[in-house]
Write a protein that binds this ligand. Structure first.
Ligand code: DON
Length: 311
């Protein structure tokens, strides 16, 4: 498969760029608007570490919502299933990723799942650590380990840009505080600060592919043999990726591609083929539901060709 990927990916990238032209880079975080809208790159990595790379795979980008999969895993390791599901639900919303509609409309006012912004902010509040710096440090350390020891850091400009423009996330977080999803001891601004920082972690397609491979292999890094995450937690995270990973385009993506994936507004997508492949994609131009248009088309093409759907 790797050989065929190496041969065909350049053509598939070119064919998918047409879809990138139909999208738009995210503007609501001003710093993200500087990304090249026509870029598209991919790295796919097999369990032996072999890779296929094509397009603008060297373009660094921030994880944004992709980081939510990993804060969820860390929150599970810190609090267990019960602790996490006391604060977030298990259901897709059908609403935009930053919607606050259901927080007020549905009782109790608990976020529907950990991948929408409200749910991810609640999950971030569950990460253990005595100070916000310690919590950020533990998340950073976990992300580095998940990426096979990569030297990751958050992008200061993107972090500041998001923090300065995050009126909606602030509203969501204060809503959660009022609904007691963020508990009395939790400082809203401190939680948001940790959240903005993990969203701003800068990464490349190769590093993202390595992280995806960890999930594809059930939480055990196939290159080192080290089990970083219990299999059960990875299983839950991958289920959320299927039901909510592409937000309210998750149903369509499940039908067309049928593999676990998580997108971010930077245009990154982490995707995986269970047991076989970790995939990292960057394509900054987004469709109306916040997913990379070129990246989604590329994954659909690959999945159809190789019959990857898990269903
Ligand atoms: O909180 C936000 O709005 C961003 N830091 C992350 C949102 C995101 O990536 C949604 N993805 N498609």
């Amino acid at each position: 498969m790797m050989e065929q990927l190496r041969l065909q990916l350049p053509d598939w990238i070119e064919a998918s760029r047409i879809y990138a032209e139909k999208g738009q880079v995210a503007h609501y975080i001003p710093e993200l608007a500087k990304a090249p809208g026509d870029a598209l790159g991919i790295v796919a990595m097999g369990p032996d570490g072999e890779t296929a790379t094509a397009g603008d795979a060297d373009l660094p980008f921030t994880m944004q919502s992709i980081s939510k999969v990993f804060t969820l895993l860390l929150a599970f390791m810190d609090n267990g299933e019960e602790g996490v599901f006391a604060k977030v639900g298990m259901e897709p919303t059908g609403d935009d990723f930053n919607s606050m509609l259901k927080l007020e409309l549905v009782e109790p006012g608990k976020p529907f799942n950990p991948l929408i912004n409200a749910g991810a902010i609640a999950v971030t509040s569950l990460i253990h650590g005595a100070t916000p710096e310690a919590r950020t440090g533990r998340i950073m350390q976990f992300l580095r380990e998940a990426a096979g020891g990569a030297d990751l850091a958050y992008n200061e400009a993107v972090y500041r840009s998001e923090s300065a423009s995050a009126h909606r996330n602030r509203s969501l977080a204060y809503f959660l505080k009022d609904n007691e999803v963020l508990d009395a001891a939790t400082d809203v601004e401190e939680v948001l600060d940790v959240y903005f920082k993990h969203c701003a972690v800068e990464i490349t397609c190769a590093q993202l592919a390595r992280m995806a491979l960890l999930l594809a292999c059930g939480g055990t890094d196939p290159l080192t043999g080290v089990q970083l995450v219990p299999r059960r937690y990875v299983q839950i995270a991958k289920t959320f990726m299927i039901t909510c990973g592409m937000y309210n385009a998750s149903g369509e993506f499940a039908i067309r591609a049928g593999i676990p994936a998580k997108s971010g507004v930077s245009g990154g997508i982490l995707a995986l083929v269970p047991g076989k492949l970790g995939i990292g994609i960057i394509g900054p131009a987004l469709g109306e539901k916040g997913n990379s248009t070129g990246g989604v088309h590329l994954l659909e093409t690959m999945s159809e060709t190789f019959d990857w759907s898990i269903f």
